[in-house]
Design a protein around this ligand. Structure first.
Ligand code: SF4
Length: 69
């Protein structure tokens, strides 16, 4: 299992992560992401990785404390 994290010093509120990972990320009223705090299962990791790579501000990442992710 893994978790998403956001580097708030980088996030520009593009909202792409919420589009790609609607089950895990919502947007607040200003368009900034709100993580739902759910653990990312092994089957969801490929989609989560794609979202991490797609973040234009390099602000989204998977928790690297979990071995194998
Ligand atoms: S895609 Fe990246 S920059 Fe855009 S809201 Fe999500 S974390 Fe922030």
């Amino acid at each position: 299992m893994a978790r998403l994290e956001i580097d708030w010093t980088r996030c520009d509120g593009h909202g792409l992560c919420a589009t790609l990972l609607g089950g895990d990320v919502a947007l607040d009223e200003w368009g900034f992401p709100v993580l739902k705090g759910r653990e990312i299962t092994a089957g969801e990791v490929p989609d989560a990785r794609r979202a991490v790579l797609a973040c234009p501000a390099l602000a989204l990442r998977l928790d690297k404390t979990v071995k194998g992710y």
